[in-house]
Design a binder for this molecule. Structure first.
Ligand SMILES: Nc1ncnc2c1ncn2[C@@H]1O[C@H](COP(=O)(O)OP(=O)(O)O)[C@@H](O)[C@H]1O
Ligand SMILES: [Mg+2]
Length: 313
């Protein structure tokens, strides 16, 4: 049984009298124990999909099961299996951190949850804020409480919607250490983030959404292998002694979306054995190489290729 089974989910919004399709028939299964990345530019439909999984929003058609429980017909059972860290900071300002976490436990019908609440606060470096009022906390601290709130009932499936947007490096590290531990202990993790290097380091499998459709669904390693994209960056000296890039190498140039330095070129290579002949070619053409870098393709390259250029959000 999948941790989350999403079948042909469609969702449109009415916006200024127009129909806007946020999800155009999304199907995917997230298996038990996965660390799954849900990626895509702003507006791709990630938050809409998550709010449908969490039962906070209704799909127009299609079905979502969480550990076999339908999120509409069997809402309470489905919800009890899920911990959701929302993208927006929402909380009641009048409670302390500990009160907030106790209330959330009560919502799930859990009494005497203090040992676990203490452990969660400890792992998120919240212990010394336990008795502070929510309204007195910084944005980063509130974000930690949102994470803690999602975890009070030890949900087997944990969804984090942009949990590290605008948070400092320290919180990111604390958070990923704890979430990785929970994943090792068997919890399924679904993460959306626009920090692609973060997704690359953490996720075993990835779905990419674009305009409400799944445009890629694969393991991280297969996605990265899919693009034969290592590159070699050469910076040629700008002196009169140095010739321009020979035309024999022009077909290797990777067009840059930002204006790089003059005389700096990114060349496509499929393996490192191609470096030597390129250098020989440059030398024969009279180019003076000032700087040289080899770069392997990463998730960002894949993302840009799949999304068809532009900056990842
Ligand atoms: N409550 C809403 N009313 C109208 N349009 C919405 C609403 N929520 C989201 N949208 C639109 O649906 C699309 C998907 O949004 P969202 O799910 O938030 O994407 P993401 O989380 O990937 O950035 C966007 O075009 C967004 O403007
Ligand atoms: Mg979103």
């Amino acid at each position: 049984m999948a941790a989350i089974q999403i079948s042909n989910v469609q969702k449109s919004y009415q916006s200024a009298g127009k129909k806007l399709q946020a999800l155009g028939g999304v199907s995917l299964a997230i298996e038990e124990g996965e660390f799954f990345g849900l990626l895509g530019p702003n507006g791709a439909g990630k938050t809409t999909l998550i709010s449908i999984i969490a039962g906070l929003n209704r799909a127009d058609s299609g079905q979502v099961l969480v550990q076999g429980h339908d999120v509409v017909r069997d809402y309470r059972a489905a919800r009890s299996k899920l911990g959701v860290v929302p993208q927006e900071l929402v909380f009641d300002p009048f409670f302390t951190v500990r009160e907030t976490l106790r209330l959330q436990s009560g919502y799930f019908g859990i009494k005497n949850n203090d040992a676990w609440i203490d452990e969660v606060m400890e792992n998120l470096d919240l212990t010394n804020k336990a008795d502070a009022n929510m309204r007195a906390l910084s944005g980063g601290m509130k974000r930690r409480v949102l994470v803690a709130q999602a975890l009070v009932h030890k949900p087997p499936v944990i969804i984090l919607d942009e949990p590290t947007a605008g948070v400092d490096v320290e919180l990111r590290q604390t958070l990923w250490k704890f979430i990785s531990r929970l994943n090792r202990e068997g919890h399924t993790i679904v993460l959306t983030t626009h920090y692609l290097e973060e997704a690359q380091a953490l996720c075993n499998r990835v779905a990419m959404l674009k305009a409400g459709k799944v445009v890629a669904l694969d393991t991280m390693s297969a996605l990265i292998k899919r693009i034969s994209g290592s590159q070699m960056k050469v910076q040629l000296a700008q002196s009169a002694l140095s010739a321009p890039l020979p035309s024999s190498l022009h077909n290797l140039i990777i067009p840059a979306d930002t204006q790089a330095e003059a005389n700096s070129f990114a060349l496509r290579i499929t393996n490192y054995a191609e470096v030597e002949p390129i250098l020989a070619n440059l030398r024969q053409a009279g180019c003076v190489v000032e700087d040289l870098q080899l770069q392997q393709a990463d998730l960002e390259d894949v993302f840009l290729q799949i999304m068809g250029g532009g900056n990842p959000q």
